[in-house]
Design a protein around this ligand. Sequence first.
Ligand SMILES: [Zn+2]
Length: 241
Amino acid sequence: MNYQLPILLYHRIINTHSKIGKHKLYVHDKDFRMQMQFLKDHGYETITFKDIDTVTPEKKVILTFDDGYEDNYTILFPILKEFGFTCVIYLVTKHTRNEWAIKEGEPELHMLSKERIREMSDYGIEFGGHTRTHIDLKNCKKEKLVDEIAGCKKDVEEITGKSCISFAYPFGAHNEETLQAVRDAGYKYGISTIFGPANWKEDPMRIRRIEVRPSTSVSSFKRKVSGHYYEKNIYKLFSGK
Ligand SMILES: [Zn+2]
């Protein structure tokens, strides 16, 4: 299989003082730093979706962070600046706390403030849409769908003053109606979790990512950014909608 641009999926970056939840949607700062060191030592460059169509994929990686937690500013941002790297952050625009996760027993966490988003955007971090309220889009009426998807794009653009070109489906949940609503809203790219074709160009509305977990070792990280992480058999297993 040809080399595939690695697009990594993260949520929070935490340190020893951070609250942690049962869903383990975090990576420790010391592990993240080792991962960034690996990228730097091996000549990788971080790109964002605005570059995806114009660069060759070799030695490039896209780092994505879902939800827009405050620790993306307090812990992640200083590390990115230290390495001269960038990333893409998917925002939930109408919540200042993680309401959708608190309901499920996760600890209460603050989301990025508009001021912090602007500062990070000025640095070069790209912001994408992740709905207004982190709703499950597969169980959503048409009108609500438009508000959550197109409304979120408008919100992100108002905050950053830049075009919001990609949208990540909350919980990875999507169907044909969702994909159409994302297209209609004017997003160029729809971002999935681990489902989608091997090569993003085959379906720009279902771009697959590779998850980095708290337990991901440097050797496993190396495989994830190798450009050959999803080999044919795994592709078949995960290519269902
Ligand atoms: Zn999310």
